[in-house]
Design a protein around this ligand. Structure first.
Ligand SMILES: Cc1ncc(COP(=O)(O)O)c(C=O)c1O
Length: 367
């Protein structure tokens, strides 16, 4: 399976006893590393193996033609006017669409395609198109599977990851329907189609929701994952010390050890253009902070020659406030009222250092 798939799906397959082979998502279908090629290779190498080949297996379409289609027709008592489904292999929409159109050629079949997939363009006859990556699982393709019959599909609606995921979360909170991301995409696409085509009470639209939300607990149902991927806006109350440290980017955490010479530490401050360093001992345990003001004051009080040979041991400020990475923003702000620097540490080990300027940078970048 491709590496974009949720960890829950991998763990579930392993629980059933499968050996899971994970392949890169961002390669062409005919690349030997793609999951299509790897599946082909594994089947050739493995005695008695079969390739279900869902992208080209006509039984895929047939199963929906024989089961899903009739079920929908019977349960709506033939009143269905619109059928909406996401398209992966296209087996669902093709099988259901064919069956429904045989019963009533006026039934409209609407596909939902994630932005980044090429199916939307192909349906419009645009063949010069390239795929881009997206996060929703199970729908969209970078090629046209032979299990997709575009002629059955009347219209295709494009949906972005953010809308898909936010709609999936709304479905469980507002409707009690706990389903996966492609279901949210299908509902979002269905609502957009209904609005644009002014559907009303006389219409009966069926939207297919393929799988359960429990496979996406570590992704779209996890607020941190949603925020990290920019799908959920952050409120100030959500911000933690570690978030602010992270926005400082690649800037390495500058440290010193108690046995470093004062002159070396001054050179380090200058080199990195910082005003303080955290001091950690040889075992990596946090000892405190040394600031340029402390260094200056100490040097002014000491004989020049002596200060050249002295270590920073005597000037370590062990009273600098230390917080955990999960400390919320309002607690940090209260500490900054009386302090210019805050150290972040987990257990004994240093995780970060924040100054008032870092706070200002973070708040202004988020605003
Ligand atoms: C979660 C999910 N949604 C939607 C689909 C799309 O269904 P189809 O392949 O029939 O187009 C799949 C296909 O596997 C899926 O796994």
């Amino acid at each position: 399976m491709p590496d974009k798939m949720s960890q829950e799906k991998i763990l579930l397959l392993r629980a059933y006893g499968a050996r899971v082979v994970v392949t890169p998502t961002a390669v062409e279908p005919d690349d030997p590393r793609s999951y299509y090629s790897v599946a082909d290779r594994l089947v050739k190498e493995t005695p008695n193996a079969i390739l279900a080949n869902q992208y080209h297996n006509p039984v895929n379409i047939q199963s929906h033609y024989e089961t899903t289609g009739p079920e929908i027709w019977e349960q709506t008592k033939g009143k269905i006017t619109h059928f909406v489904a996401g398209m992966g292999t296209g087996g669902t929409i093709t099988g259901v669409g064919r069956y429904l159109k045989e019963q009533n050629p006026n039934v409209q079949i609407v596909g939902v395609d994630p932005i980044g997939s090429i199916l939307f363009d192909l349906h419009r006859g645009k063949t010069e198109t390239t795929a881009e990556s997206y996060k929703v699982e199970g729908i969209g393709e970078d090629f046209l599977p032979s299990t997709t019959d575009l002629s059955v599909i009347n219209d295709v609606v494009q949906v972005g990851d953010r809308d898909s995921f936010l709609m999936t979360r709304r479905l469980v909170r507002e409707e009690g329907i706990f389903c996966g991301g492609s279901s949210g995409a299908a509902v979002w696409g269905a609502l957009r189609f209904a609005r644009e085509n002014r559907l009303s009470q006389e219409h009966v639209m069926v939207v297919l929701l393929p799988d359960t939300g429990s496979r996406y607990l570590s992704k779209l149902f996890d607020d941190d994952w949603m925020r990290e991927n920019g799908f959920l806006d952050r409120t100030w109350a959500d911000v933690r010390a570690s978030d602010i440290q992270r926005t400082k980017g690649e800037m390495a955490l500058i440290t010193a050890t108690p046995t470093d010479l004062i002159t070396d530490v001054i050179a380090r401050l200058k080199r990195h253009d910082v005003s303080q360093v955290a001091v950690v001992d040889k075992r990596g345990h946090l000892r405190g902070l040394v600031t340029e003001v402390d260094l200056l004051n100490h040097m002014l009080r000491t004989d020049y020659q002596q200060s050249q040979e002295e270590t920073i041991e005597a000037i370590i400020d062990a009273d600098t406030p230390v917080v955990k990475p999960g400390t919320p923003l309002d607690t940090l702000m209260a500490i900054f009222a009386d302090n210019s620097v805050v150290l972040i540490s987990e257990g004994d080990s240093l995780e970060g250092i924040l100054t008032k300027i870092d706070m200002l940078d973070f708040l202004s970048s988020q605003a």
